[in-house]
Ligand binder design. Structure first.
Ligand code: FE2
Length: 228
């Protein structure tokens, strides 16, 4: 007997080592952004720079080294999908920090305006909260809602595995990076470490250097015509 798993969702994990002095410098820079606005009451949700006016983190030269290292891993992700990166212009469309204090988390969302997204864990202790991916299109859903957690509780599903689950969690160590298609719904588990969790996230847009003969991928914006 042989089982085939067709049409997978591909998530890449790797690690990027940085020196402690660089980590401290980057965390301090992010703390400055976070502390620009003091909140009256602590939120249940993490602070995310993308919606707080800090969505272009990598235009700050302090982040040049880390953005370069992340670029190298993003290219590996594209290569894993067997995409010819020589034909592409690749951009960080947005990049930002997330700042998660104890008990805070991030709800399910997608980054539908881009192609590839990532999270790099700049500061993360054990228990600080993993990332969960969810699928809304379950290829193996032979009966509606058969794979919900209640079916596990009622022993209809013996054991959750990649064939019968609508979600999967990665609880990675500090210095890990995780890369995934931007359209994938994802969330973070609550930070239960009692310590600050800081990640760097970003959205990547790819476009064709030369779009001649191509219909679907975005043509280079160098050839776009702006309204006047
Ligand atoms: Fe996200």
């Amino acid at each position: 007997m042989q089982l085939f798993n067709l049409f997978p969702l591909t998530v890449l994990q790797d690690s990027i080592r940085i020196e402690d002095h660089e980590r401290i410098k980057l965390v301090n820079e992010i703390k400055k952004m976070r502390n620009e606005v003091k909140e009256e009451k602590k939120s249940n949700y993490a602070w995310t720079g993308d919606t707080k006016g800090h969505e272009f983190l990598f235009s700050n030269t302090t982040f040049k080294n880390i953005s370069h290292k992340i670029s190298e891993v993003i290219k590996e992700y594209l290569k894993a999908l067997s995409i010819n990166i020589e034909m592409l212009d690749i951009y960080y469309q947005r990049s930002w920090a997330t700042y998660t204090e104890n008990e805070q988390s991030i709800n399910f969302h997608t980054h539908s305006q881009s192609n590839i997204s990532f999270a790099y864990y700049l500061l993360k202790s054990p228990g600080a909260g993993g990332i969960i991916f969810r699928s809304n299109e379950l290829q193996n859903e032979i009966a509606k809602n058969i794979f919900t957690s209640s079916k596990i509780e009622k022993s209809l599903i013996n054991k959750p595995n990649p064939y019968n689950s609508d979600r999967s969690m990665f609880d990675l160590d500090q210095d890990s990076i995780i890369i995934f298609p931007s359209k994938t719904p994802h969330a973070t588990m609550p930070n239960k470490s009692g310590k600050l969790r800081v990640s760097i996230s970003g959205d990547i847009t790819i476009m064709l250097k030369d779009s001649k003969g191509f219909e679907h991928l975005m043509p280079s914006f160098n050839n776009w015509t702006k309204f006047n």
